[in-house]
Design a binder for this molecule. Structure first.
Ligand code: GUN
Ligand code: ZN
Length: 440
């Protein structure tokens, strides 16, 4: 066992109290193995109280630092690191001109390996300890990312990108040998093989990953839904309602479905552990469908602002009471930093401000990238918090990392002021250390 003395930030257990953080100015975090040998939080609270219960445990004193839960990121694309900051008129030309050409390069396993190494290191350097991310349509891209995440002990969920139409031919899922299975059947067989190989191995999980409805045939979506029904504890990830042209295209291709979102429901792809990126242009019927199915939205504010997609409607989501959390959406998104993502979410909350005056609190922003995102993944109490039993993933923040951060945070007279100063001024320099649960 080991203990860390510092200022602590974490969240209430009770999900109804999800917007309120606990701040222990002089706290102690005790970590040690659980019965399975996983390094978890054993105790957390005021230094004076907790140290009395663990007198033998060595304590590392991190003076002036803040320990907070490792960030949970609900949506990104590991093959898109190289397209960050590529401007386009909107989503569809951006995919065509920048994203698809870059993703083609993942046909080469060596290219996958170096991209995976960079991506995992960059997520960890920015304080992300749980990541749900896209790979490409090449099975080797999935293998490379799982291997790297396993090496670095990042908690990672990914899957083979399913695309059997409306993309460049060499980026579509490929058929097996001539005369064998067609591309659609092969993509489903490859998905299941990868799922069996990796899901539940150490900290890794599989996500059934249709890119979005327009690039899959009915048969592929149906097959993906059947796979999801056979493996209820694997995740599903896709995109929905990001951009007006995309929505019109999806409505055209699936006229029998009552909305773009409903297309996924019609193929059995809307359920708990299904995470849909963007969810911007919804009506209340869509919102109720999100809530009733238990699916969750990955809110991607830097991407939505960069690509001009629109603004996630926080008031609408809260009114319908469906789950959501934050995501960097690299490379439509512009940053690996959870601080940049939280700040962009604040801008989005302000822009989408209703007459009632919605403005997101810093505690709520932070929750969306930690305990709230974990809850959306069905991993509440496992990651995203520092309550006893949670995996011991945390960041050590140095609020004096830059002259401006030091000056501004020193003026903070409340928790909200401190969190706001870090959200507005923070980036990778604020993250002094990312500590991962060393489990195996
Ligand atoms: N919709 C389908 N594919 C993508 C993608 O790669 N990025 C974003 N932002 N939206 C998508
Ligand atoms: Zn995306």
């Amino acid at each position: 066992m080991k203990a860390y003395r510092s200022s602590l930030l974490y969240f209430q257990h009770n999900s109804d109290a999800h917007q309120s953080a606990i701040h222990e100015e002089d706290g102690l975090l005790v970590v040690g193995p659980n019965a399975q040998g996983t390094q978890v939080v054993q105790a957390v609270g005021p230094y004076r109280d907790v140290v009395a219960r663990y007198p033998q445990v060595p304590v590392q004193h991190l003076a002036g630092r803040i320990i907070a839960p490792g960030f949970v990121d609900l949506h990104s694309h590991y093959p898109q690191t190289n397209v960050i900051g590529s401007p386009a008129d909107g989503l569809l030309p951006w995919l065509e001109h920048y994203t698809f050409p870059e993703e083609k390069r993942f046909a080469a396993p060596e290219y996958c390996a170096q991209a995976a190494t960079f991506f995992v290191a960059e997520m960890l350097r920015n304080g992300v300890t749980t990541s749900l991310t896209f790979a490409t349509s090449h099975p080797a891209s999935v293998q490379a990312l799982f291997l790297e995440a396993q090496k670095r002990q990042l908690r990672l969920i990914t899957g083979l990108c399913l695309m059997d139409r409306h993309a460049p031919p060499d980026l579509l899922n490929q058929p097996s040998s001539p005369g064998g299975l067609d591309a659609t059947e092969q993509s489903l067989i490859d998905s299941e093989a990868l799922l069996k190989q990796w899901h539940g191995v150490e900290r890794l999980g599989y996500a059934i990953t249709p890119r979005f409805a327009p690039t899959s045939s009915d048969a592929q979506l149906r097959g993906a839904g059947e796979l999801a029904a056979r493996y209820p504890d694997v995740w599903i990830q896709s995109h929905v309602a990001e951009n007006h042209e995309e929505i019109a295209w999806a409505r055209d291709l699936f006229p029998a479905s009552s909305s773009y979102l409903h297309t996924y429901a019609d193929f059995g792809l809307l359920r708990q552990r299904a995470i849909y990126a963007h969810c911007i242009h919804f009506d209340d019927v869509d919102r109720a469908l999100m809530r009733d199915s238990g699916a969750a939205a990955a809110v991607c504010p830097t991407s939505n602002l960069f690509l001009g997609s629109g603004f996630f409607d926080y008031a609408g989501a809260d009114r319908a009471d469906f789950q959501y959390g934050l995501a960097n959406d690299v490379g439509g998104g512009t940053s690996f930093s959870p601080f940049h993502t939280m700040l962009a979410a604040y801008y989005v909350g302000r822009e989408g401000q209703t007459k009632a005056g919605l403005s997101l609190s810093p505690q709520h922003l932070w929750w969306q990238h930690t305990a709230g995102a974990a809850q959306a993944l069905g991993l509440a109490g496992v990651v995203g918090n520092l309550q006893p039993g949670c995996e011991a993933d945390f960041v050590v923040l140095n609020p004096k990392a830059t002259p401006l951060m030091a000056r501004r945070t020193a003026q903070a007279t409340s928790l909200d002021e401190l969190l706001f100063a870090m959200i507005v001024l923070g980036d990778d320099r604020l993250v002094e250390q990312t500590v991962i649960s060393q489990a195996f």
